[in-house]
Design a protein around this ligand. Sequence first.
Ligand SMILES: [Mg+2]
Length: 295
Amino acid sequence: MSTLPRLSLFAAPGSSAVDRRAADWLSACGIDARPVQAPALEGLQGGSWELDAPESALSALRALLQEETTEDLSALLTPAAMLGSRRTLVVTDVDSTLIQEEVIELLAAHAGREAEVAAVTERAMRGELDFAASLHHRVQALKGLPVRVIAEVAEQVTPMPGALDLIAAAHANGHRVGAVSGGFIQVLEPLAQALGLDHAQANELGVRDGVLTGTVEGPVVDRAAKAAALRRWCAADDIKATHTVALGDGANDLDLLTIAGYAVGVRPKPALRNACDGVLGVRRLDTVSAALGWS
Ligand SMILES: [Mg+2]
């Protein structure tokens, strides 16, 4: 098992060669690298390099990949500690990370207020609005919806490509997987069961007399609560925080990604860019398990 950090690149076929991109980045940072067998993923070209470099050079590479990763490329700088980890906890955000949709927008569509709610979501995920205040505002738009729309929306959500492979690879290697969401537990719970997740946490939509009350029950799962979930699940599973992978896309994933041993942004909003060890421009979660050597 390698004790050196590793750079892995994946790109859609036809996009500029991963070898050339890696060579450019590595030479710009003055890093000596040795190609290692690239994990094969269907429909993607890939390359992997073991890096013998001081932390300052790795930081420069991290900054470069955050800056230059485009939507047809995924670039992951996997820390050495993660490659040697026998027991790892993966904690993933849900909306636009584990699944392709934003659940609150699907719910709002039932209320005919999708555009309004989507605009608030976009601003919140860029970090322009306080998450809890924006959540209350958006949930209010759902007031009066019949409770059956929750089940309809739960049926509508689609896992991100490669999500099932990432979860299967984690479990096959003895690791744990949790999902934490600023969305809603009534949608996440059935999804977590279907995907075989080990942990799940999200907000609870208020329901009374068969309709949504337009409120959230209990404390809001915000930026700080997401990081707290990682710490709690680490304690429950006896896993060190340095042996955690976090995946997210929005500003409310910042604390989660910051405390994780390995932070992966899934088409991350600018608020997250400086926190990422890996950036997925290509939305394929199996690139993460491949970069970790799990598949
Ligand atoms: Mg999200």
